[in-house]
Design a protein around this ligand. Sequence first.
Ligand SMILES: [Zn+2]
Length: 479
Amino acid sequence: MAAKKLIPCLLVSAALVAVAGRAAAEAPLMEPVEPVVITGQATVAGVAAGAAEALSGYIRIPTTNPPGDEIAGARYLSGLLEAEGLEPSIYESEPGRANVYARLPGTGEKKALLLLSHMDVVPADESQWQHGPYQAEVVDGDLYGRGALDCKGPGIIHALTLIALKRLGQPLERDIVLLATADEEVGGGLGAKWMVDNHFELFGDVEFVLNEGGFIHRVEDKPLLYSLNAAEKGPCWFKVTARGEPGHGSRPAKETAPTRLIEALHKLVAWERPHEVGPVVAGYYAAYAAIDESHARQFRQLDRALEDDEFYRWFTDDPSWAALIQDTVAPTVLVGSSKTNVVPREVSAEVDSRLLPGHACDDFLGDVRALIGGEFVTVEALAVAFPSSQSRLDNELTRAVERLAAEEADKAVVLPGLLTGFTDSHYFREKGIDAYGFVPLVVDPGQRKSVHAPDERVTVAELEAAVKRMVRLVELVSQ
Ligand SMILES: [Zn+2]
C-alpha cells in the first residue's frame, strides 16, 4: 500500500482561498522596482537566462490580494514586453486592478493560443518565512518569494516565451496571446471574468488556453510526470440554518437551534454519495498505472476496481483521491451564539461542496434538502456556484504536450488531471474554449507544498528549463 504515497497529490489546487485582511497590511513598502530588460541574445537559452532576474523584480512588487493593486505588476510585465517591441495593453477593471494583454502575431493559419496567468498573490505571514516573501532571495539555487509558483513564475515563463519567439522571428501558424489577470485568488471577478465579460473580442479567435494548475513532477528515478489538468470540479457553496427557541444555557430544551444544526451536519458528512469515474480521472489512473505497478491492474480499470470494498476503502482513504470520484461536503464557517450561556434562536453553517463534471448544483442542493431540510432547518445556495468544467483530451494541444513529453530524455508520462479546486480556466471553458492547467516547470514535493504557504520557491535552473520547454511546446502546437 505504500506505493500509493509514491506520488504526492499532483493536483495542486489553486482554489479560491479565504484571505485574512490583516495580512495584506503586513506587506512592507517596497522601493520602486527597476524595469528589467532581458539582455540575452536571440536564442531561447539567452532569453531563458534572464528568467530569475525578471521573476525577482516581479516578486518584489506587492500584489497581495486583497487589496490586489495589480497595476504595478501590470506595468512591470508590460515593460518587459514593450522593450521587445511587443505592444501590450493594460485593462483596468477598477482603479488599480489591472490586466495585461499582449499578442505575438502568427500567420493566422491556425487559431490563437492563449497563455494565461494571474498577477495577484495570497497574503504571506512574514514571521513564518525563512527567506522573506518579497525579497526574492536566491538560496542554494532556489528563488524564494510569494508568487514564485503561484503565479508570477508562470507569468514570467509566458512573457519570456513571447520574447524568445519574437526574437527568433520564425513564423508560427498561430497568434500567441498573453493574458495576466488581476484577482484570481479571490475568484477572478475583476480579472479573468471581467476580461471575458467585457473584452471577449480579444479572445474570439482563441482555440486553446494554457493556464496554471499543473506542473511537472520528478519522483525518484521514474520518468518525469507531466500533470495536464483538463477539468475542474464545480464549487457549490451553501448555507445551512437551524432555528429554535432561544433560552438560557442553564435550562436548555431538548431541541435547540444548535442541536438541530449539529444533527443536520452529522447527517450531511455521513452521507454516502455514489462514486463516479469520469473520463479525465480514468485517463489519469490509466497513465498512473505505468508508474505504479503495485496497483496497475486496478488503476487501468478503476471503475470496476472500486466495486471491490477493500480496494474502495483503500482508495478513498486518501482525501485527495476520494475527491476525484465523489462530490464532497466540507462544513467550514460555523456561526452561533456569542455567549456561552445564551442558547441562540438561529445558528448556521456554511458548507463548501465541490461537484464532479456533469453534476449540477441545483440538483445537488435538492438532494441536500431532502436529506436534512425541514421545518427548522433550511438550505440556501451561496454566491459561489458554477458548473464544473472539462476540456477535451485529444486535440492538437494535448498531442503537442504528448510530443513534448516524448522529447524528454527519459520520455515523460502525461497524466491528465481533474483539479478539485478551481482556477481562471473555467471562464474560458464556459465560452467553449479548451483550457488546460499546464506549466512545463519541474516542481519538487517541497516546492509544491510551498504554494499558498511559507517559503514559496522555484529552482532557478528549472525556471530557465521551463521557458525552453514552453517555447518548444508553442512551436509544436503552432506548426
Ligand atoms: Zn494561482
